[in-house]
Design a protein around this ligand. Structure first.
Ligand code: NAI
Ligand code: MG
Length: 498
């Protein structure tokens, strides 16, 4: 049981000591039909706590609450941009004040290391609130000249909120993905219904408590834990104006189809299968370190994970040896053990899926230079970081998003050959190039069909930078100034000066 973990903070124990509910209209309530589900610690496979499972009836209630909070003259609609800015900043500071607690909850629910959660997920979540706090007062329009002979006009644009936004998020960065949806939405004056992933609802629920404490008015952010059925009910609902989704390409396609009912706006951040290209003239030690980070960070459960390594033939053996040695040295273990360098995968389903891909590759004749097709230990969803060679472009391990610590490596000779291979995927989320030739790096970077390209680095990021996918990796861009476009709509106002 979680209370046997001696490292747990009193605040975390107390949070886990009661069943978790839905947040609707500023109140914590049970699901109407009383349904709950268990959320599990992936390091121990033990149940952490029961969580209310929102059904379509609860979605209805949340839509009414979010609509009421949005429509003028609600307290939210009357809040000035400066007040909204101060509120956002306050929430960022509150997250920081509870950083250790959030980090422990994330480690319990998702499996990731406590330090990784605190220094990554939690710190960036707080920063997101503060970055967007600056934008709340800068949602500017333009004034535009008109040329109508003999008449005078004043025409201008306003950037207005879209309305009720449903945010549906996955389990790989649970708090951070919740913030990716909530923060730009409320910065622009929308109201939100957030559906956390069924595997990892806890930090979103704790965030809900802090939002109320910070003074977010009732109904502005509603939180509905549940499964795909809850998400689908949100997407189908005519009272939802926009869906912002992060998750699998498969579900993204379902959402795009279902959203046609009331033509709600949709933004999608979907799967990836990022190519990471290392040229002979790269700084090879840096490239190896980048390949390891790109491949195994967050247990490989990362949409921008550098899962396809392409290494120019002159340095292929050296890179494979280097990555394999680094992978073999990674200590896999419980996220609460400070000596662990990699935690478990999030769920049994994910564990079986990832091991299945490794087994399939071995069956097809691939070679494991590091890692194993067997689970690590007999309890918890642990997998060894794995490097696979002797693969071809048709193998599932090379074409599919695996979402685990699995990297394949293939040799290449020419730039044209590697660009064609790198782009030979339905995905286009991220890509990377390692070369000390400035021309090669920028030219190849421009030829790669991906929303983010890293040159001589991987996972370098900031809340100021837009991110999103080419091809089947998504619609729209998140974060940075561009990240507000999908949460606003432009109104053109034309006044005749009589
Ligand atoms: P998923 O796409 O099924 O789940 C993501 C979110 O969507 C969850 O909150 C889920 O409850 C919700 N959802 C599921 N079906 C829905 C529907 N019909 N309508 C609305 N919402 C729905 O991803 P899942 O099953 O957790 O993972 C499966 C695979 O997807 C992973 O192995 C990985 O390859 C990929 N994935 C990719 C992510 C990314 O960021 N690119 C994140 C999570 C998963
Ligand atoms: Mg699913």
């Amino acid at each position: 049981m979680p209370h046997e973990n001696a490292k747990l903070l009193p605040a975390v124990r107390s949070f886990l000591s009661s069943p978790k509910q839905l947040l609707i209209g500023g109140e914590w309530v049970d699901a109407k039909d009383g349904k709950t589900f268990a959320t599990v610690n992936p390091s121990t496979e033990e149940v952490l706590v029961q969580v209310a499972h929102a059904s379509a009836v609860d979605v209805d209630r949340a839509v009414v609450a979010a609509r009421t909070a949005f429509e003028s003259p609600s307290p939210w609609s009357k809040m000035t941009p400066r007040e909204r800015s101060h509120l956002l900043w306050r929430i960022g500071d509150l997250i920081d004040a509870h950083a250790d607690e959030f980090a422990q909850l994330e480690a319990l629910d998702n499996g990731k290391r406590v330090e990784a959660a605190r220094d990554g997920d939690v710190a960036i979540s707080a920063e997101l609130f503060r970055y967007f706090a600056g934008w709340a007062t800068k949602m500017e329009g333009t004034s535009i000249p008109m040329s109508v002979p003999g008449r005078e006009f004043h025409a201008y644009t306003r950037r207005e909120a879209v309305g009720v936004v449903a945010g549906i998020v996955p389990w790989n960065f649970p708090l951070l993905m919740a913030c990716f949806k909530i923060v730009p939405a409320i910065t622009a004056g929308n109201t939100v219904i957030l559906k956390p992933a069924e595997q990892t609802p806890l930090t979103a629920l704790r965030l809900g408590e802090l939002l109320l404490e910070a003074g977010v008015p009732a109904g502005v952010v509603n939180i509905l834990p549940g499964f795909g059925d809850t998400g689908a009910a949100l997407v189908d609902h005519p009272g939802v104006d926009k869906v912002a989704f992060t998750g699998s390409t498969e579900v993204g396609k379902k959402i795009a189809a279902a959203a046609s009912g009331n033509l709600k706006k949709v933004s999608l951040e979907l799967g990836g299968k990022a190519p990471n290209i290392i040229f002979n003239d790269a700084d090879i030690d840096a490239a190896i370190a980048g390949a390891v980070l790109g491949g195994y960070f967050n247990e490989g459960q990362c949409c921008v994970n550098g899962s396809r390594l392409y290494v120019q033939r002159g340095v292929f053996d050296r890179v494979v040896e280097g990555v394999a040695a680094a992978a073999a040295a990674i200590k896999v273990g419980d996220g609460f053990d400070v000596t662990s360098q990699m935690g478990p995968l999030v769920s049994q389903e994910q564990h079986e899926k990832v091991l299945g891909y490794i087994r399939g590759a071995v069956r097809d004749g691939a070679v494991l230079n590091a890692g194993s097709a067997d689970a690590v230990g007999d309890r918890g969803f642990f997998v060894s970081p794995t490097l696979i060679t002797s693969v071809n472009e048709q193998m599932a391990v090379q074409t599919d998003e695996i979402f685990g610590p699995v990297v394949t490596a293939l040799p290449f000779d020419s730039e044209d050959e590697v660009v064609a291979a790198a782009n030979n995927t339905v995905y286009g989320l991220a890509a990377g190039v390692w070369s000390n030739n400035i021309g090669t790096a920028h030219r190849v970077g421009a030829r790669l069909r991906a929303g983010t390209v890293w040159l001589n680095t991987w996972h370098a990021d900031d809340v100021t930078l837009p991110r999103g996918g080419f091809k089947q990796s998504g619609w729209g861009r998140e974060l940075g100034s561009f990240g507000l476009d999908d949460y606003t709509q432009l109104k053109t106002v034309i006044a005749e000066l009589r």
